[in-house]
Design a protein around this ligand. Structure first.
Ligand SMILES: N[C@@H](CCC(=O)N[C@@H](CS)C(=O)NCC(=O)O)C(=O)O
Length: 268
């Protein structure tokens, strides 16, 4: 399967031809249909897709520890897409994010960083957008894409910031005696408003409808900490049911529901 031409379209990846000049091999992002060279091998659509990517694509490396709330959505997305990747423990207790090599990939010294074929990108939403565009059936139409992307971008300021830098850092990473109580109260009030907007985005099982989209990965991955931390939340049964559905997914359980209590500092 060496010289295979392919392109990416809204439905997934269409193989244009291989070394035998074949052009009828199509694989869809949801794994519904497979390609001829893989048809003979037994296995699920996901397994076929994994074999396809393994043969065609350059290996993806993710730099970042799995305890990071910014690394988790990327790994969850890679797992759901059936992509091969390696993850290197970088940042936090592992260090390694202040070396010249790392800073050349991300001068901010923050994880996650995705490296593929000698090129690197950072910023979690950018990485998710890249993965979903290339492998996940993200719409090619600019307006259709923007109607999804706005919620991923919105979630950084209106979900991530109150939840992680404010509530998580204050409740888990700061001794109670030093806690910014007013800041936490503001963040809780702000989350009540933004989470009711998020609940309204759920269309069917997921925000992406019948399949996970960019926003599911970005916001869905934050729900584990949102529900596991003890603070006052808006009564949103639709959001809770959505979270319960995510918890049934093996990749979500393995790579997002990562215990964070070991990160709790004394007195928090
Ligand atoms: N804006 C960045 C934020 C990334 C970020 O804050 N990463 C944290 C981990 S959650 C980090 O690398 N901190 C340094 C460290 O853990 O050593 C993004 O969207 O990826």
């Amino acid at each position: 399967m060496a010289a295979v031409a392919f392109d990416v379209n809204p439905e997934g990846i269409r193989i244009l031809g291989n070394q035998f000049g074949l052009s009828d091999h199509i694989i869809f992002a949801n794994g519904a249909l497979s390609v001829a060279p893989y048809r003979s091998k037994s296995g699920s659509p996901l397994a076929m897709r994994q074999r396809f990517y393994r043969d065609i694509e350059k290996m993806i490396t993710i730099h970042g520890r799995i305890s990071s709330s910014n690394v988790q959505p990327v790994i969850w997305c890679l797992e759901e897409l059936g992509l091969e990747y390696e993850r290197l423990d970088v940042s936090g207790p592992f260090g390694g994010n202040d070396t010249p090599e790392f800073l050349a990939m991300n001068p901010l010294g923050l994880v996650p960083v995705l490296e593929q074929d000698g090129q690197a990108i950072s910023e979690v939403v950018t990485i998710l957008r890249y993965l979903m565009r290339r492998y996940g059936g993200h719409p090619a139409d600019p307006m259709a894409a923007a109607r999804i992307e706005r919620w991923a971008d919105m979630s950084r300021q209106h979900v991530y910031v109150p939840l992680i830098p404010m509530i998580f850092w204050q409740l888990i990473r700061t001794p109670a005696s030093e806690r910014n109580e007013a800041g936490v109260a503001n963040a809780i009030a702000s989350l009540k408003q933004s989470m009711s907007i998020v609940e309204g985005l759920i269309e069917g099982p997921f925000i992406g409808g019948n399949s996970l989209n960019l926003v599911d990965y970005q916001i869905g991955s934050l729900l584990y900490r949102y529900y596991e931390m003890d603070f006052e939340k808006a009564d949103l049964p639709g959001l809770r049911a959505y979270y319960d559905r995510l918890c049934e997914r093996p990749a979500y359980r393995d790579f997002v529901m990562v215990d964070f209590m070991s990160m709790k500092v004394p007195g928090a």
